[in-house]
Design a protein around this ligand. Sequence first.
Ligand code: 1HN
Length: 258
Amino acid sequence: RFVNTELAERRNLILNNPVPGNFYPTVTTLVSAYQMVKAGEVARSHRHTANALRFVAQAEPGMFTVVDGKKIPMEPSDVLLTPNWAWHGHANESKASGYWIDFLDVPLTHLLGPMFFEHHEEMVEHTDIIAPDSPARFAFSETVRRLAEASNITPGHREIALGDPALTTIALNVVRLEKGASFSMEPSTLSCIYTVMQGRAEATIDGVTFNASRADVIAAPSSTSQLWRAEEECYLLRVSDEPLMRFLGWLRPIEGAR
Ligand code: 1HN
């Protein structure tokens, strides 16, 4: 409450992974952050080369993200994209604070160098166009519907991709687990970050178990083993650098990891 959006570009809590020597990333190529925009506030429009997406944790009607001049409603559990160089700002026209989780490939962009950034000349792009059906929005109701129609991969485990891929460097997968069901990912070169979209689950990353509920963030860096077990029916969002690793020909299992 002390730092408003006039003082800071974004009210962000960056999820810096506390491994020795790490200043910023959550996993090697990706960063995640919690963001809050208060009732009546705007987070000014800008664009950057880093690709971004958001998972909406809490929002009341009137919470919008403005992408390339269109107001996109932010409803709880929606996933919204802002690709490389797309204008984006956030406008909270509701009566409650809006909260979401940002995921960006900023660590990759920093490493490679082409980090460009511009402010929009308007504070937040003015528009009356409301675009709930924007290709930049994956409404949660639609994700739930698609999963209901998908078939099981293993008993109680279904999975779909949002986008093909969602962003040039980032793949989004939604996993639905029935109560008691589990799913695992073998150690590989992928960098992954998970959040719980709905329900409760237990995540075991390299043998360490965490309880995770809605809007918690679990980092699963490359070479870790990942096992999820649902304590109740749950939906998990996996954000990964799979398209990047595939393009480079570097997606491979890592044998002998824990
Ligand atoms: C950014 O532009 C946003 O636009 C959120 O909401 C988080 C973290 C690092 C760099 C840029 C946003 C960000 C960010």
